[in-house]
Design a protein around this ligand. Sequence first.
Ligand code: ZN
Length: 104
Amino acid sequence: MQTVTVNQNLIQSLKSPKQRLSPTQDRKKLTHHEMLLVALHSYKGQILSATEIKNIVIAKFPEVKVRCILPNDHSDIGNLRACSCVGTDRQLLVNVERATYHIL
Ligand SMILES: [Zn+2]
């Protein structure tokens, strides 16, 4: 009988899926590149440290994990998993010295 009850609950939950997305869930569709693009928009032309960049992105997107914000991935010293923006006109950052970036 216990099993039947569980199955009925499961069926009921499948019948009424929660389809409304909260603003937070919508934001999660943004790529890290897009988050940096949006957050750094008003800092174009400035020189910022990696820490400053992370703080700016976190302030704009509190739900993003700080370890997921990798300025290097969007600069000309991008690593193996770098963003596809590197080397294109979509590139966000130029590395000017260690952990310091020119916002494009
Ligand atoms: Zn990028």
